[in-house]
Design a protein around this ligand. Structure first.
Ligand code: AMP
Length: 224
């Protein structure tokens, strides 16, 4: 199953990607996480990407495309993946289609997470990420048992620098300007599914799993 999660920052894509990745045993690939790792380690890519990330701007296509290409070619992606945060521009979407075509594959589903601006601000300001294993928390909606520490690995929980209100507003503007076009692109391809992401986390996870299972059944029946 090759899936893309599309939606504004704070729509809950990362949380859902973690849940679905666990259920369906395919890797969760977050372009944002890969870029932040590169920044942390201080690779050439990370040094270039840092400037854009801190300003809430998109990192140039070539940098992100190279990182995603390397990741998708790893063995654990043979049976599929969940892409979160990539593609974000029409040209990235076209490169992804080409990349998959060369591998004899294609995208199965694109989930579009729709959410109000008010919810986004609430979600992002309370979001905390484990510095060691990357698990997502929220101070109100998904608190950790021990304040400030990850339930899964005991790592410190941090707030992302670009979750500050000014940067969030810039990220939302960039999303509207550069990423919203992708909704029409994937709708035209017939693989877009709308997800109302103001609902409870478990309800959204179930909706996504039901949609994936329905598609898998259809594929299975078509093969019979
Ligand atoms: P995210 O964790 O998905 O919110 O991404 C955090 C930041 O990483 C974004 O604000 C961008 O600066 C950068 N980024 C992540 N994914 C992409 C992408 N597909 N294209 C360009 N920049 C990206």
């Amino acid at each position: 199953m090759r899936i893309v999660f599309l939606g504004p920052p704070g729509a809950g894509k990362g949380t859902q990607a973690q849940n679905i990745s666990k259920e369906k045993k395919v890797p969760h690939i977050s372009s944002g996480n890969l870029l932040r790792e590169a920044v942390e380690i201080g690779t050439d890519t990370g040094i270039k990407a840092r400037y854009y990330i801190e300003k809430g701007l998109l990192v140039p296509d070539q940098i992100v495309v190279d990182i995603i290409k390397d990741r998708i070619l790893k063995n654990d992606c043979t049976n599929g993946f969940i892409l979160d945060g990539f593609p974000r521009t029409l040209s990235q979407a076209k490169v992804l289609d080409e990349m998959l075509k060369e591998l004899g594959n294609k995208l199965d589903l694109v989930f579009h997470f729709a959410v109000s601006k008010e919810s986004i601000v609430l979600r992002l300001s309370g979001r905390r990420i484990c510095g060691s294993c990357g698990s997502n928390y929220h101070v109100t909606y998904v608190p950790s048992t021990r304040d400030g520490f990850c339930d899964k690995c005991g790592g410190f929980l941090n707030q992302r620098a670009d979750d500050k209100p000014e940067t969030v507003l810039e990220r939302l503007r960039v999303y509207r300007e550069q990423t919203e076009d992708l909704i029409a692109y994937y709708r035209k391809n017939g693989i877009l599914k709308e997800i109302q992401s103001d609902a409870r986390i478990e309800v959204i996870t179930k909706n996504i799993l039901d949609t994936i299972d329905t598609l898998s059944e259809k594929k299975y029946l078509a093969l019979e």
